[in-house]
Design a protein around this ligand. Sequence first.
Ligand code: ZN
Length: 229
Amino acid sequence: MAPMPRVAHDLPCYQSASARPLVDNSLIIMKLSPSIKALIEGLRHLPGVGPKSAQRMTLHLLERDREGAQQIAEAIEEALSKVKNCSRCRNFTELEICEICSDLKRDPTTLCVVEAPADVMAIEQSGSFRGHYYVLMGHLSPIDGIGPEQLGLEALCQRFADGEIKEVILATNPTVEGEATAYYISERARAAAITVSRIAHGVPLGGELEYTDANTLAHALSGRTVVRE
Ligand SMILES: [Zn+2]
């Protein structure tokens, strides 16, 4: 009597064929097709995408989702041609002045300074801020050649001088560069007699003290607030 197959992967089925190491398959394809190679290299520009992930995405799009691939291609092309920086806050927009800057229900006397458009999205999602923003698109980093000019800080200081802004909230990241950037802006804002505040950094809501890292705890303690009755 012929022996029974022991496990499923012993069978010469479609699944076992598709489970061959991807890298060998892809290397063969890359030799054959410059377009595939270009797509893999293009996808590697995305943050967190290494060579293997880029190969997997490329093959997935070509094998199973060409319609999705077309949608991505068109969306990228449209975004690149339409999205620019707001002339007032530097955030991404398709308009000359973005919707937040032109919203009359928002308070233009309070300005929140952030490093990136993602920070604006995070604060907007919290629903806790109704002022205006200024998006630096980075932080001071002399070693990378990023100074006040690259961050639009002269235009920001001009707005301080215009007199409309009464309070600046510094919401740059709690990194060395973020703190240095916050310090630079705070000095310029104080010189224009504007109230300056820094967002509190500390223990996350629902977090436990014993699992909070030492730096975060130190920040939380130094930024403590008085308990009101
Ligand atoms: Zn704007």
